[in-house]
Write a protein that binds this ligand. Structure first.
Ligand code: HEM
Length: 511
């Protein structure tokens, strides 16, 4: 009996491979020249390579097969790009052809039937939402108007650290940073705090985390037709629970906004979206589902990424006493000790900016950029068909030894010139440094993210020394830098520190 089962198990892939070969050799033109890649397994193709840390696995494959590789996830063709030159070809020379994103069932479901924005296909709806997002939330003018929110939330965070800064109490810094960033984004978009607010019944932090994990999970059903309705990984069940709760909270916030509409006051993003939804002559007819999905996307795209940027920067600083000392010297000479760092100080803090860039080079929070081709194209002599998924391994690109000297070392100095001026910007024009992506689908939140990360880190190290819980010494002791598995580079363990006061922020922020 056992022998029979093994024989069947052996025969299934063999027969499938034979049938697939016969089928493809008859239906596909033989002239198509695809990039090289490893042998695909029957049915699953290369899905097994995506089990734990895909950026590592794909980086190793690039060393063997080159900077442009072909893979197949189930029946869906993909290319993997792992060098700055190749990234330039895909993101600049063929920018328009790769301006879409792959469509997944999770995104369709959680995005109210595909009404999201960050993962939406390239087209008029995406263009409209992108313009709106840039003008009403993330433009220089909007960011300027919303500065008091960011300042208040940062001060609340500093005061929390200050209350715990007796040199004994440990603070889960990862958790507190996430609350701070989440509340900045929720106040900027909906005028209310939605993180750490269980008591008020509008807590969305855990839901946003779960949505992010679901969106980043590789859903077998998206790639293998046979498994489409089977929910083999249990993602469908998790999606339903999360979506229902998220929707209830969003409904309540929409209702609040509709009720206060008649009253005067500053309009937030949700007010503006609701106004457009009622405007018969608007360029795009928005439904309530579009609004909820859009705001969900802003949370998913902006919260964990920015908080992680801060966590990894702090981790690297605590690990490197020489660098943290130079950073503090810069702050003390530019800002002094009579006030807390402000966003307006950023242009005068090139070393802190360099520290943040160096962190994002080594720990780009999204290790891989996901895109999809909208038309057939030919790149470096290879045929890339329409609807091919594209993975750009920005983690590997940021460690490419052809572009970075001692790539594994944390050296912020590489981002300043001999005169101490900042160099290599974050706009996505330097294809060896792409933490925010590039081109029309590049991150619209980069200015906000950098403002938040630089100011918060500078204020933290200005006011406190940070001792890792369990270490004898302040800063410079051992620190766990393990990365959790997955496409988003979370720390495997939260960053837990004991803050030791250096400067009391209370009188400084109260004045
Ligand atoms: C350190 C923080 C952040 C990092 C590292 C980051 C990184 C990225 C990356 C790599 C992409 C894909 C780019 C591409 O395809 O070329 C992206 C897209 C996006 N990001 Fe960010 N991001 C951060 C913060 C934010 C913030 C604060 C927001 C908004 C509040 C935001 C909103 C978005 C949106 C909406 C998209 C999708 C854009 C589109 O498809 O048109 N991000 N981000």
């Amino acid at each position: 009996m056992a022998l029979l089962s093994y024989t069947i198990l052996f025969l299934i892939p063999l027969i499938t491979t034979f049938l697939a070969r016969t089928f493809f050799s008859k239906t596909r033109p033989q002239t198509r020249h695809l990039p090289p890649g490893p042998l695909a397994l029957p049915i699953i193709g290369h899905m097994h390579l995506f089990s734990s840390s895909p950026h590592h696995v794909l980086c190793k494959l690039a060393q063997r097969y080159g900077p442009i590789i072909s893979l197949r996830l189930g029946s869906v063709p993909h290319v993997v790009v792992s060098s700055p030159e190749a990234a330039r070809e895909f993101l600049r020379t063929h920018e328009l052809a790769f301006s879409s994103r792959p469509q997944s069932f999770t995104n369709h479901y959680l995005g109210y039937g595909g009404h999201g924005f960050a993962f939406s296909p390239y087209g008029p709806y995406w263009k409209f939402m992108r313009k709106l997002c840039m003008s009403e939330l993330l433009s220089g003018r909007s960011l300027g108007n919303l500065l008091p929110i960011r300042r208040e939330e940062m001060h609340t965070f500093l005061l929390l650290l200050s209350r715990a800064s007796d040199g004994v109490k440990a603070v889960n810094v990862s958790e507190e940073l996430k609350l701070m960033v989440g509340n900045v984004i929720s106040r900027m978009s909906m005028s209310r705090r939605c993180y750490g607010t269980e008591a008020e019944g509008v807590e969305i932090g855990g839901l946003v985390d779960e949505v992010s994990k679901l969106l980043m999970a590789l859903n077998v059903g998206d790639f293998i037709r046979l498994f489409r309705d089977m929910d083999l990984q249990g993602l469908g069940k998790r999606m339903k629970v999360t979506h229902k709760r998220f929707d209830e909270i969003m409904e309540e916030i929409v209702r609040e906004h509709e009720e206060k509409k008649e009253k005067d006051g500053v309009k937030d993003l949700m007010d503006i979206l609701l106004e457009i939804s009622e405007d018969e002559s608007a360029e795009m007819k928005l439904k309530k589902e579009h609004i909820k999905a859009f705001i969900r996307d802003i949370f998913v795209a902006g919260t964990a990424t920015t908080a992680l940027g801060m966590e990894w920067t702090l981790s690297e600083l605590i690990k490197n006493p020489r660098i943290i000392k130079r950073a503090r010297d810069e702050i003390d000479s530019v800002v002094g000790k009579n006030r807390v760092v402000e966003e307006s100080d950023i242009p005068n803090l090139p070393y802190i900016q360099a520290i943040v860039k160096e962190t994002l080079r080594l720990h780009p929070t999204d290790s891989i950029i996901l895109r999809e081709s909208i038309e057939d194209c030919k790149i470096n002599g290879y045929d890339i068909p329409a609807k091919t998924g594209l993975f750009i391994n920005i983690w590997a690109i940021g460690r490419d030894p052809n572009y970075w000297e001692n790539p594994l070392e944390f050296l912020p100095e590489r981002f300043i010139d001999d005169n101490g001026r900042a160099q290599i910007d974050l706009r996505g024009q330097h294809y060896h440094f792409l933490p925010f992506g590039s081109g029309r689908r590049g991150c619209p939140g980069k200015t906000l993210a950098v403002q938040l990360i630089v100011t918060t880190i500078a204020a933290m190290i200005q006011c406190f020394k940070l001792k890792i819980d369990g270490n004898d010494e302040e800063e410079g002791g051992p620190i766990d830098m393990t990365v959790a598995p997955g496409l988003t580079l979370y720390r495997a363990q939260p960053l837990v520190c004991i803050p030791v006061a250096r400067l009391d922020p209370l009188p400084l922020v109260a004045s």
